[in-house]
Design a protein around this ligand. Sequence first.
Ligand code: FAD
Length: 518
Amino acid sequence: MNQTLPEHIPVAIAGGGPVGLTLSALLTRQGVANVVIEADEGYCSGSRAICISRRSQEILGWVGADAALVAKGLGWVGGRSHFRQTEVLHFQMPSEPTQRFAPMVNIQQFSIEEFAHQAMGEGASVFWNHRVRSVKRQEGGVTLTVDSPDGERTLRADWLVACDGGRSTVREQLGLQLEGTQYEGRYVIVDIRQKTQRPVERLAWFDPPSNPGSTILMHRQPDDVWRIDYQIRDDEDPLEAVKPENVLPRVQSHLDMIGETEPWEPLWISIYNAKCLTLPSYRHGRVLFAGDAAHLVPIFGVRGLNSGLDDAGNLAWKLARVIHGRSQDALLDSYSTERVHAARENIAYGAKSTEFMAPPDFAFRLMREAALRLAVDDPHVRALINPRQSAPIAYAGSPLNAGEDAGWTNAMAAPGAPAPEALLRSEHGDFHITQRYGQGFVCLVFGGAAPPLPAQVQALPITPAMDVHGQAWQRHGLRHADEAALVLVRPDGYVMGRWHGLDGAPLAQALQTTGVSA
Ligand SMILES: Cc1cc2nc3c(=O)[nH]c(=O)nc-3n(C[C@H](O)[C@H](O)[C@H](O)COP(=O)(O)OP(=O)(O)OC[C@H]3O[C@@H](n4cnc5c(N)ncnc54)[C@H](O)[C@@H]3O)c2cc1C
C-alpha cells in the first residue's frame, strides 16, 4: 500500500541519503515530527562513502545507531603509502587503548543509511519513490510539490531541510549556485569481492610498477569487498576508462603486484572527479541546506559524508529549539556560519590531498615526486606526505562562543572546539564522557558541587575519583585535578564556554546573550 503524505508537517527533509536519514532520526530524538522525501525506492547502491570517522560514529551514537555500525564495520587506525614498490610512510591516527570508537571504520554507505533509518523514532517517516519537484517559499514556511507513485502531491512544511545531494533540486528551485573549483584529474572507483588476510589499513601506491604514472588507493570493506581507486591518464577517455575490458586488467595487475591471489569478481565500477564547492550560506529563510546539497568536497581525506553528519548534528538541536520556542530564530544563522566555516576548512584540506593524489600540473607533479623520493630515506619528510583524514572542525569565531578568561593550560577545549573525549568511572562502571553528549546542554563541573544552573542544562560533576586517567581535567585545560571550573558543552558535543570557579551566573548569561535561551 502506498503511503499518503500529510498535508502539513513541521519539518520536511528533501532527500533520504545518509544525511537526511540521520537528521530525521536526530530530530525525532528532539521531539520534532518530520518526513523524509526520497526519490529512490531504497538505500543507495554502488561505490560511495566507506570511511566513517570517530566523530560520525559519535553522532550516530546519539540516535543509537552506533552498535550496528561497530558490529559490521571494520575499524582501522592507520595506513601505508608506497612510492613505486617501496613503503615510504606508515601513519597512525590519534587513538588510545581506552577509546570508545576506532578513529575510522570502513563500511558501505548503504549500511549507514540502513542504520540511520532504523534509528528513526516515533514521529518520522520516509516516503520512498517520492521526488520533490518544486519549492515555493511563503510566509512561515514552504509548499512542496512532490511526484509520488499516485501522482502529484502538495505538502506544506514550516521548515525544509535540503539533503538532496550534489544535484539538489531544492538548490536549483531557489536559484542558488555552489561556489568553488572542480579538478580535472579523474579516478576510476572499483569495488571487487576477494578474500584476504590483510589487516584493515588505508593503502596507497604512487607510480606503482603495476600501473606506472598512476596513484592507487585500496580500502577493505565488510563482506570481503575491496575499494580500489586509481587515477586515469589525462589523455584517457573517461567513458572508455570505465569499461570492464579496460578496468579488469589494471586491477589484476595491481593484485598480482601485491600478491593477492584469491579469485575475485568486480562488483561496481564508476568514475569520479574531485570538486571543492560550497554554498556561501546554508540558511535561506525557512530553507536550510545540509550534506552534499550544501557542499561538495573531494573524497581524499573522507570528508563528504562525515561532514554531512556534522551538519545534521549541528542543525538538529538548533532547529528543535527554535520550533519548540526555546531559542530565537537567529540561532539558525549560527548553523550556517559554523558549517560554512567547516566546509571551507574541509575544502582546503581536501584540495591539498587532491593535489597530492592527482597533481593538477607539472609543478605539483615534480614537487610530489621530490617529496616521495626524499621520504624513502628521510623520516622528517614523511610528515609532508601524511594524508590528513577527516576530523571535526573547531568553530573559531562562532557567535555562540562565550568569551573565556585566562589561565587555561591548553586550547584543546576552548569555546568552539569539539569537547575532548575522556574515560570516567562511576559506581555503575566506566563510561566515556561523549556518551553524555548529543541530547541537551551538559555542564561539566570540576572541583566542587554544581551551582544552580538553567533548567535546560544538565550538570555532570567530575571528581578526581571519577577522572581515574586524568583525561578530563587535563584535556579541559585545568591546572590540577581539584581545580574548580565549569565547562558548558552544547548538545552537539562542542564547547560553548568555560569559566574558572563555580559561579553559574556567567554561564546562564552566555545562553541569554547568544540567543540560545529565548
Ligand atoms: C566514490 C566515492 C567515495 C566516497 N567516499 C567517502 C568516504 O569514504 N567518506 C565520506 O565521508 N564521504 C565519502 N564520499 C562522499 C559521500 O558519498 C557523500 O558526501 C554523501 O553521500 C552525502 O550524503 P547526502 O545525504 O548529503 O547526499 P546523497 O548521499 O547524495 O543523498 C541525497 C539523496 O537525495 C535524493 N534526492 C535527490 N534529489 C531528490 C529530489 N528532488 N527529491 C527527493 N529526493 C531526492 C537522492 O536519491 C539521494 O538518496 C564518497 C563519494 C564517492 C562518490
